[in-house]
Design a binder for this molecule. Structure first.
Ligand code: FES
Ligand SMILES: [Fe+2]
Length: 456
């Protein structure tokens, strides 16, 4: 094992057959319990650091009954506070913005960016009874990794990096912190937050739900790993574009597999851009169209993929985009899709990542807030200006076609979970072991029995 993974024993691919009950997805009391046992204990992504670039920039992050202000209060420091007035509980602010201080709109109490109270209306009326330390904004644990700002409502929680093990050491070299938003959209979705996430923490569905992606033969079987709280998966076969594979097992035969590799990769990259608006970049799409000119007919798929990545990397280098240097050992083991417990998923590469976050929308187990976004490396100072776009209708064509295909499944799963004709889910023991691992960890937090193994 080489340097970056020294001391990190990576778990072998998981194989386990379990049954998953439905309570976690549809029970109102379970959703309530999640507030106390899960959301108040876990590290969760509040925003990207790029959303608060200047001192005074802030974002509010809401989870169930809690609202948290994440604010940059020094050039090199981001802190978080409960977003609630210490006078009579009015929420101080909403959304995001820039502030020199936080002023309560009710009776005008004020706090500086460090959370210290600076003004109480008619303070003299309180005599000596009002102590500064009692009326400071209560702090919330806040740390950064991967360009994200994370918060944890539990003051006694473990440090973020410890919580993120083994994801942080395995993924540090992907330089996710250098990436900036390319696009970001959100909506309220009529399904449980876990149903939404589980549409994205396995790739097993892709060959059926996303026929357009597999049309050119870019389909694989997948291995899944779970370690610590988190899980990840990757293709067993190289699917082109330089993806490293864990085995030489031949890929399943799909329509389009007969197309010769140079053309196939060109078509695949263009399809990714057109139908996902992710999983590739314009640099890679453009370089992929040149493969037929740059390589002789019959070049094996692996060589075509390596050539494409080499050329795209050179093209990006020339415009000032420096790809992450990911050691081959990491590339081999990091797969392509991570689920950081409980509610962050991303598909990472050396130049970009497609990311998702899902969280409950209040206490209703049938509703969630779902966000999808792409981050990418841009030349210094050239990242596009983006904002969160609320696109409420999931059939709206502003949602990429492939996401709309995923969205079709989500409310139908939520309905099906309530059917008297459905009692337990049976995730594929190998290719959906990420789903099982997630429920194992969730059960631990929730004080429930682990998922039931299926015995022959
Ligand atoms: S509730 Fe905020 S100043 Fe009164
Ligand atoms: Fe999908």
């Amino acid at each position: 094992m080489n340097e970056p993974l020294r001391g990190l024993e990576i778990a072998p691919p998981e194989e386990r057959a379990v049954l998953l009950g439905k309570e976690a997805y549809i029970s109102e009391s379970y959703a309530r319990e999640e507030g106390a046992k899960l959301w108040s204990k876990v590290w969760q992504v509040a925003c990207r650091a790029e959303e608060v670039p200047n001192v005074g920039d802030y974002v509010t992050y809401d989870i169930l009954d809690e609202s948290i202000i994440v604010v940059r209060n020094a050039p090199d420091r981001i802190e978080a506070f409960h977003n609630v007035c210490q006078h009579r509980a009015r929420r101080l602010t909403t959304g995001c913005g820039h502030a020199r201080q936080f002023v309560c709109p009710f009776h005008g109490w004020r706090w500086n960016l460090q959370g210290r109270n600076t003004f109480v209306l008619c303070r003299e009326d309180y005599g000596d009874t009002l102590k500064d330390e009692d009326i400071a904004l209560p702090p919330v644990r806040c740390e950064q990794w991967g360009g994200w700002v994370w918060i944890n409502l539990d003051p006694d929680c473990v440090p973020l990096r410890e919580y993120l093990w083994p994801a942080a050491p395995m993924l540090d070299s992907f330089d996710l912190d250098r990436m900036r938003y390319r696009w970001r959209q959100w909506l309220i979705f009529p399904c449980n937050w876990k149903v939404a996430l589980e549409a994205f923490n396995e790739s097993f569905h892709a060959r059926i739900s996303h026929p357009g992606l597999s049309e050119f033969g870019s389909v694989a079987d997948y291995w899944c790993r779970g370690q610590g709280l988190h899980c990840w998966h990757g293709p067993e076969q190289s699917i082109g574009a330089g993806t490293m594979s864990k085995s030489d097992k031949p890929a399943p035969i799909m329509p389009g597999s007969h197309i010769e590799p140079r053309k196939r990769l060109g078509l695949t990259m263009r399809r990714f851009m057109d139908e996902v608006n992710a999983l590739t970049t314009q640099t890679i799409v453009d370089a992929a169209q040149r493969l037929v000119d740059e390589l002789p007919e019959g070049t094996p798929a692996g060589e075509v993929g390596a050539h494409l990545m080499q050329r795209a990397r050179e093209d990006d280098e020339a415009r000032g985009v420096h790809w992450a240097d990911v050691p081959p050992e990491v590339m081999l083991n990091a797969g392509h899709d991570w689920h950081l417990f409980p509610n962050t998923i991303f598909l990472q590469t050396r130049t970009h990542a497609l990311c998702y976050r899902a969280r409950p929308n209040g206490w209703n187990p049938d509703s969630c807030i779902f966000e999808a976004y792409v981050i990418e490396l841009f030349p210094e100072g050239e990242a596009p200006e983006t904002e969160w776009q609320f696109v409420p209708d999931w059939t709206d064509e502003r949602w990429p076609k492939v996401l709309r295909e995923d969205f079709q499944n989500m409310p139908e799963v939520q309905r099906g979970l309530k059917s008297s004709g459905f009692s337990v889910a049976r995730p594929n023991p190998r290719q959906e072991a990420t789903v099982s691992h997630f429920h194992q960890v969730l059960a631990d937090y929730m004080g429930r029995d682990a998922p039931v193994p299926i015995t022959p």
